[in-house]
Write a protein that binds this ligand. Structure first.
Ligand SMILES: *Cc1c(COP(=O)(O)O)cnc(C)c1O
Length: 475
């Protein structure tokens, strides 16, 4: 494949002849040589970019069971609504009076998220899940500062998403890991051992990253509250519980959500996201400002929160993401719980079909995702989880999340989401079974995969340590 510069062939139309038409400018402002933009006609431009986009994998192209990432279908109508002129072109510095529609949407989204999480107040400002975590931890830190208590430690289960310890650490907390028991859940006895008056909070994900619901969550929340500590809920993967239960019922005080996972806005590649933080009444005044309020007549930006940690992002968050999420919530209405139901059903269906062929270290009913292990294949034929993931690409499947969570060796973390058909799930199951058989009889085929992607196997270490991003025409 050629770059667009190499394809340049003067098939395009140049609208201005610089030398002739720019002669009203002082000659010293005119470049002497052409600037070297590709000269290529519209049709050739379209073909070029279509070809490039065909080399990318995306949810519209195939199954994308990337565990913990909720790569579900994002209805296109959300895009349409977010691009409405009144939303897309509203200047963030417009007055409250001139922004009533946008403020109302944000207010109603806050109300919806309160209902969904059971919490009492919401900030829509954080731009991603990890940013929401950091914001939540800042709220907790300030809460203890105002109370005059010194609490330096944050307890985090060993199954946690890596952003949890990172966020707590960035906030200046000391991380105390707590191990999982044989059922893949927080080991209560181990938790009791690390509890003390210096513990500010516990950060939990429920269901945890193994996709397993923490059965003892009420006992844990009682233990923590009796200790004067706060419970933080990582709600990035909310389609595991949405409409069935909520963090408030489980005893949590602070929650972040990933609108770009659960609430159907596109994500990946560092694109915009939104990680709203929801809190209980006692923490309401600590949220970032402004929050969006309503005085009975008008919607307004409220900067008047007594203990606010300040602002964590410019303006009010990624507004376009908020529009998409609100549209999705309105569209689903009371059926939001159906998304959860289908996500959980799909995950359990695949898990049950595959557990004969791959190790399943925690053989429990799962929620929206589950974790297999490629240990058997590695031991029997030297085919590692990485090889299995690469081979899946030959079946037009995006590889699942691998080697995470850290507590499972050769982990393969599968999250099918609710938006897939049974036929699609069956195709994936067939591919996984086929690969497990290949590993036995023709391991070389798996070891050297992928065979049909535009870029074949890359040297992972070299790619990470010495990234070379220039274009090489070697395929
Ligand atoms: C995705 C995810 C996060 C981080 O969210 P980002 O938006 O990527 O920062 C945190 N926790 C869990 C469990 C996640 O799945």
């Amino acid at each position: 494949m050629k770059t667009i510069f190499e394809k340049s062939n003067n098939s395009g139309m140049c609208l201005i002849d610089e030398k002739e038409n720019l002669n009203f400018l002082d000659a010293r402002f005119l470049r002497e040589n052409a600037c070297g933009l590709p000269q290529i006609g519209e049709l050739e431009v379209l073909r070029h970019y279509k070809e490039l986009s065909d080399r990318n994998f995306c949810i519209e192209k195939g199954f994308y069971p990337l565990g913990s990432c909720t790569m579900k279908y994002n209805p296109k109508v959300n895009e349409l609504l977010a691009s409405l002129e009144g939303f897309a072109n509203l200047h963030p510095l417009s007055s409250d009076e001139d922004s009533q529609g946008a403020l109302k949407l944000m207010f109603l989204l806050q109300e919806a998220l309160k209902k969904i999480t059971g919490m009492e107040a919401v900030s829509l400002q954080p731009a991603a899940g990890a940013h929401g975590e950091l914001t939540g931890m800042m709220v907790i830190k300030k809460y203890f500062e105002v109370k005059g208590e010194t609490r330096k430690k944050v307890i985090i289960p060993d199954s946690a998403h890596g952003t949890n310890p990172a966020s707590a650490h960035m906030c200046g907390f000391e991380i105390v890991p707590v191990k999982s028991d044989e059922k893949g859940q927080v080991d209560i006895e181990a938790l009791k051992e690390v509890l003390g008056t210096d513990v500010a909070a516990i950060m939990m994900t429920n269901p945890n990253t193994l996709g397993i619901f923490e059965e003892n969550v009420l006992e844990i929340s009682k233990l923590m509250h009796d200790n004067g500590s706060i419970l933080y809920y990582d709600g990035a993967n909310f389609n595991a519980i949405m409409g069935y239960t909520n963090p408030k019922l489980m005893g949590f005080d602070v929650v972040h959500l990933n609108l770009h996972k659960t609430f159907a806005t596109p994500h990946g590649g560092g694109g915009p996201g939104a990680g709203p933080v929801c809190v209980v009444e006692a923490l309401k005044d600590y949220l970032p400002v402004p929050v969006i309020d309503f005085d009975g007549e008008k919607y307004f930006r409220n900067y008047n929160l007594e203990h606010s940690i300040g602002q964590v992002r410019s303006f009010y968050g990624n507004f376009g993401v908020l529009v998409r999420a609100y549209a999705y919530i309105l569209m689903m209405g009371n059926n939001l719980r159906n998304a959860t139901e289908d996500a959980v059903l799909n995950a359990n269906y695949i898990k049950e079909k595959l557990k004969k062929y791959y190790d399943l270290p925690y053989d429990e009913p799962c929620m929206h995702e589950f974790v297999l292990s490629g240990e058997r294949q590695k031991h029997n034929s030297g085919v590692s989880t990485l090889n299995i993931a690469k081979r899946l690409m030959d079946f037009d499947v995006h590889p699942p999340t691998v080697y995470f969570p850290l507590i499972v060796h050769e982990a393969i973390m599968v999250e099918p989401t609710e938006s897939e058909t049974k036929a699609k799930l069956d195709e994936f199951i067939d591919a996984m079974i086929k690969i497990s058989k290949e590993a036995e009889v023709e391991p070389e085929k798996v070891l050297s995969a992928p065979h049909k992607t535009p870029v074949l196997r890359v040297d992972e270490t070299l790619a990470a340590r010495k990234p070379d991003l220039k274009f090489i025409d070697n395929y």
